[in-house]
Design a protein around this ligand. Structure first.
Ligand SMILES: C[S@@+](CC[C@H](N)C(=O)[O-])C[C@H]1O[C@@H](n2cnc3c(N)ncnc32)[C@H](O)[C@@H]1O
Length: 253
């Protein structure tokens, strides 16, 4: 197992889990397509909540840990790049959790990922995503610390963030995240995160044929604020005029 897979296998469930679970429960067909599922931090909760999950990731080591942990459950694991999502059945919820969009290499990959999510979403379904706040990423400096408060009440994990370089042209922030677990284990993750601005998101959402339903801050349903570390977006397939309506408009024109 790689160090990253080991880290994500150990990381606790997150504070925004309740929001994802509520969305999965509202999925019209009880199915979730989870992009960037990693070792299954969220997948586990979705499966336990009764969802049928297709988990996609491009990291074979991550998926291996996920598949091993959930053998026999209602889970399909797909090794793929989310920027070139394979065709497949449409589902009621397409989830892009845990800063997946920030990890993608450029705006074109982010557009492709959102377009793929839209293609795989049922007309009455939802696409939901988590991303790191662009303003938090830009403003990150020096050394800061925080703690992950697991949703299941287990011991918190102390996190130290050391800001690295900020590359203005590619708009990427590097940082080193050190996670100290209650049992003494210390694991490190290198962050290389794109600053994804609201303007870029708006354009990519529209180009994908999606529309914004709501924007929340770090822990939905709290509203978005200037100090939020993360944002959550809820999207749906854009309403298209029925062919009858467009024919009527054409005749009037
Ligand atoms: C921050 S980790 C989060 C993993 C998991 N969702 C969690 O919360 O533990 C982001 C995940 O996205 C995956 N990822 C990044 N770029 C990807 C891509 N282009 N295609 C598929 N997966 C990708 C990484 O391998 C990693 O598992």
């Amino acid at each position: 197992m790689t160090q990253r897979a080991e880290l994500y296998r150990r990381l606790p469930r997150q504070e925004d889990d309740a929001w994802w679970l509520e969305l999965a429960r509202a999925s019209p067909d009880g199915r979730v397509l989870e992009l960037g599922a990693g070792t299954g931090r969220l997948t586990w909760a979705l499966l336990a909540g009764g969802a049928r999950v297709v988990a996609v990731d491009h990291d074979a080591a991550m998926l291996h840990a996920l598949g091993d942990a959930h053998a026999g459950s209602d889970l399909e694991v797909v090794e793929a790049d989310v920027a070139a999502l394979p065709d497949g059945p449409r589902v009621g919820l397409v989830a892009l959790p845990a800063s997946l969009l920030n990890e993608l290499p450029d705006a074109a990959a982010r557009r492709s990922a959102l377009a793929g999510a839209a293609r795989r979403c049922r007309p009455e379904g939802r696409v939901a995503l988590h991303l790191l706040s662009p303003w938090w990423l830009v403003g990150l400096s020096g050394t800061s610390s925080g703690r992950l408060l697991p949703a299941d009440g287990t011991a918190p994990v102390e996190v130290t963030i050391e800001a690295g370089s900020f590359e203005p042209w590619t708009a990427r922030r590097r940082a080193t995240l050190t996670y100290a677990f209650a049992d003494g284990a210390v694991l490190v993750d290198d962050l290389d995160a794109a600053v994804v601005t609201p303007g870029e998101l708006d354009a990519a959402i529209t180009a994908a044929g999606l529309e914004l339903v709501a924007v929340y801050g770090s822990i939905p349903p709290a509203p978005i604020g200037p100090d939020d570390v993360a944002w959550h977006l809820l999207l749906k397939p854009a309403d298209r005029p029925s062919s009858g309506a467009s024919a009527r408009r054409t005749r009037r024109a």
